[in-house]
Each structure stands twice: as C-alpha cells, then as structure tokens.
Design a protein. Structure first.
Length: 102
C-alpha cells in the first residue's frame, strides 16, 4: 500500500520497492529485464508507408498475445507492429514464449 499525497508515487519508485516472497527472498521489479526494452508493444505513430516486411499483432498482455496470431504479412496499421530486421530475433522469442505461457 502507498499513501496518496501531493507528490504522488511514480512507477519508477514502485520498481525500486523491495518485496519479499513467502520463502523470505527479496526482489524488486527493477532487477528484471523486459521485452518492451527491445521492441514496441504497440504500433508506432510513424510507420514506413510502403512497408513490405512482416508484422506482429500488438502485445497488450499475455492473454491477448495468446489469443492473437503473431507473424502476419499484411495487417492493419492500428493493430500490427512493423518488424524491423534488427528486432526479428526478439519477436521470435515472444512467439516462442506465447506457446509456453500459462
């Protein structure tokens, strides 16, 4: 729980909070690496007009990811992410993760 006040609580502060597991181990959210550090989860505002590569459906959360197709050749600009060649390996990772996510 946190106290609401004039200053407020920023997400960066929450990431640094030390949390304990039932086993007594300690962790914080800023200790983890996130896929959003490597790829966009949502379509970018400025897209290539004549993009001819692969696209990937948006990644709102794991449930949405499991429901949707992943790699598509054609898609609507507001529901698909254009995959740059340098990011392809990360999207393959997400595609594999999707098969094993609960």
């Amino acid at each position: 729980m946190y106290k609401r006040d004039e200053v407020g609580t920023r997400y960066e502060d929450i990431q640094k909070w030390k949390l304990r597991t039932l086993e007594g181990d300690e962790f914080s959210l800023d200790q983890y690496d996130y896929i959003s550090n490597y790829v966009h989860k949502y379509p970018e505002k400025h897209k290539e007009k004549d993009f001819d590569g692969y696209r990937f459906y948006t990644m709102r959360d794991i449930n949405a990811l499991k429901r949707s197709r992943t790699f598509v050749k054609e898609g609507q600009n507001n529901t698909t992410i254009q995959i740059k060649p340098s990011q392809l390996k990360y999207f393959h990772y997400v595609d594999a993760f999707k098969d094993y996510a609960i």
